[in-house]
Design a protein around this ligand. Structure first.
Ligand SMILES: [Zn+2]
Length: 171
C-alpha cells in the first residue's frame, strides 16, 4: 500500500507543468489591469474544456473541440467587463499542443495529459473595476479558478469557485 501511495505521488508530481499543477476541474487565471487595457491569461487542463486531453479522434470530439475554441475566441461574451471602462477585445491567443493551436507547435506530451493556455487582451478607456468570468457557465467541468490580479498598485490572489464569477479589481 505504501508503495502505491508513493507511485501516485510521483505520478501527480510528474503532471506539474511550467510551474503550475495540473488538476482536473481547476485552472489558473491571471488578470493584469493597466491604464488602458486588461489582459486575462488562462491556463487550464484540457479536461476542463473538453473532457479529454488529446487530439480529437471522433466527429463528436472534433465538434466539442471546435465549439470550445469558438467559445474561447468569443472573449467579449466569455468575459463581462465593467461597462464604465468601455473595453473592447484586442486579441485572443490560444496555445495547445494537443489541439495544434498556437505558434509554438511544441510536441504534445505523452503522459496522457494536455493543457490549453489562452491570452485575452482588451483595450479600455479606463481601468475596469470588475470582470465577470463566464468560464463556469461555458464549461461545466470547470469548478475552480485560482486567480491572481495585478493592477499598477496592488496584487491579490483569490479563489473563484463555481458558481461565483465576479472578480473585483482593486485599484
Ligand atoms: Zn489531465
Amino acid at each position: 500500500m505504501k508503495r502505491l501511495v508513493l507511485a501516485l505521488a510521483l505520478l501527480t508530481a510528474s503532471t506539474a507543468w511550467a510551474g503550475k499543477v495540473h488538476v482536473h476541474g481547476a485552472a489558473t487565471l491571471d488578470v493584469a489591469v493597466e491604464a488602458a487595457g486588461l489582459t486575462l491569461s488562462l491556463d487550464t487542463p484540457l479536461d476542463g474544456l473538453l473532457g479529454f486531453e488529446r487530439a480529437p479522434r471522433t466527429d463528436a470530439e472534433r465538434r466539442a473541440a471546435e465549439q470550445a475554441i469558438a467559445t474561447l475566441r468569443a472573449a467579449d461574451t466569455l468575459f463581462t467587463i465593467d461597462p464604465a471602462a468601455q473595453c473592447r477585445v484586442a486579441s485572443v491567443e490560444l496555445v495547445s499542443a494537443a489541439l495544434k493551436l498556437g505558434p509554438a507547435a511544441a510536441p504534445a506530451k505523452d503522459d496522457g495529459h494536455g493543457d490549453l493556455e489562452a491570452e485575452f487582451t482588451f483595450s479600455c478607456q479606463a481601468a475596469p473595476a470588475f470582470v465577470e468570468v463566464g468560464l463556469f457557465k461555458a464549461f461545466p467541468r470547470m469548478g475552480r479558478l485560482d486567480v491572481q490580479t495585478a493592477t499598477p498598485k496592488v496584487q491579490r490572489k483569490l479563489v473563484l469557485k463555481r458558481p461565483a464569477q465576479r472578480i473585483e479589481l482593486a485599484r
